[in-house]
Design a protein around this ligand. Structure first.
Ligand code: SF4
Length: 362
């Protein structure tokens, strides 16, 4: 993968084409169907990062492809490795000169099996403007295409295959509000779960949203077994308006009604993300209020408490330690599942938007 994309190179990324478009292209130049299947498998299953990796194709066909297409939609601008926990972060460059971040988080599931989670971006910047988030403070540029989203995963898929490992989970928790880019996110989920391609289980994918109410209500229409996470971060509108300005469009009452609609249809557990900001939203009173909001959902609600990752312009203090434990305990006593999520990659600016901002500021 190149370090930068030449803006004068107008070839379309081959990875932009879905399976059907690839078949149509192959048929259009008189190729047998199995050639289209080979190209698709190389792109979407093996995740090759160079045309030279398509060794099953005749050299003449590889040349033809390369004349007409670039292989991928992304270039690697910066690739950081955490010494502390082996997580990795890449700043990907896009053809228009903008950049997005993607993180690979390594861990284990409850059964002790390796878990490799790719946290993808869905937009360049983010219109939601959360005040504790480096991306939110940087404004919004544009939506990503499905190909640009899928290519973030395929980069790490290819990398993990070299180690004999595979991507196990994908979370839409990087830059951007996925439900403000539903068309591309939907197509990306379809492509990632295509059994002929990467073949991820839909249950291994999570879409996280600040709560775009109409899209939360219709999430069940297309998401199948895909998980829904709500970035709540505050238990009342006054506080949430300050932390998640999109709350002014969709206040908590409307958001929770939309979640109820989703739950009635799916009976699938919903995660509530709650970043812990010391002295702002992590006091016992807020925990009690949160418990009151989520009690009606019983075991169908799970709260992920996330100690805030500081960044230079951030004006909060990370909530952690005994206060975080006490917050979690109040929820548990109220019958609500709660987990404190231990941050990964603190040494590589793994929180959303930090790396892009650091590079832009240099
Ligand atoms: S936290 Fe997520 S939704 Fe909020 S501004 Fe950052 S990227 Fe956007």
């Amino acid at each position: 993968m190149p370090a930068t994309l030449d803006p004068a190179d107008h070839r379309r990324p081959l990875s932009d084409l879905n399976r059907q478009q690839l078949q149509e292209w192959a048929a259009g130049i008189g190729l047998p169907r199995f050639r289209a299947a080979q190209i698709y498998a190389a792109l979407s299953r093996r995740g090759i990062q160079e045309f030279a990796g398509m060794t099953e194709l005749p050299a003449s066909l590889r040349r033809r492809l390369e004349e007409e297409y670039r292989l991928r939609a992304l270039s690697v601008r910066v690739h950081l490795h955490s010494a502390a926990d082996l997580s990795e972060k890449v700043l990907f460059g896009l053809r228009d000169g903008s950049a997005v971040e993607t993180v690979l988080i390594r861990g284990e599931n409850a059964g002790g099996r390796a878990r490799h989670t790719v946290c993808v971006s869905s937009q360049v910047g983010c219109p939601a403007g959360c005040t504790f988030c480096a991306t939110g403070l940087s404004g919004f540029t544009r939506n990503l295409t499905a190909g640009e989203i899928v290519d973030q995963v395929m980069f790490f898929s290819h990398r993990l295959q070299q180690e004999g490992a595979r991507v196990s989970n994908v979370v839409f928790m990087g830059m951007g509000e996925p439900l403000l880019n539903v068309r591309a996110v939907r197509e990306a989920v379809a492509r990632l779960t295509d059994p002929v391609g990467l073949g991820l289980g839909a249950r291994s994918i999570t879409v996280s949203t600040v709560g775009i109410v109409p899209q939360v209500k219709s999430f069940a229409d297309w998401s199948g077994q895909t998980n829904l996470a709500i970035s709540l971060h505050a238990p009342n509108d006054d506080l949430r308006n300050q932390l998640v300005p999109y709350n002014r469009h969709f206040p908590i009452k409307d958001l929770l009604h939309a979640v109820s609609v989703y739950l009635e249809r799916t009976r699938r557990r919903v995660s509530f993300e709650y970043v812990l900001l010391r002295g702002t939203n992590d006091r016992p009173a807020e925990a009690q209020q949160l418990a009151g909001l989520l009690r009606p959902y019983g075991g169908l609600a799970h709260v992920n408490l996330i100690p805030w990752n500081p960044f230079r312009e951030g004006r909060f203090i990370r909530g952690e330690g005994p206060d975080a434990n006490a917050f979690a305990e109040i929820l548990r006593v109220a019958g609500i599942n709660a987990t404190i999520r231990h941050s990964k990659g603190l040494d590589i600016s793994a929180a959303c938007g930090q790396l892009r901002k650091t590079v832009a500021d240099e």
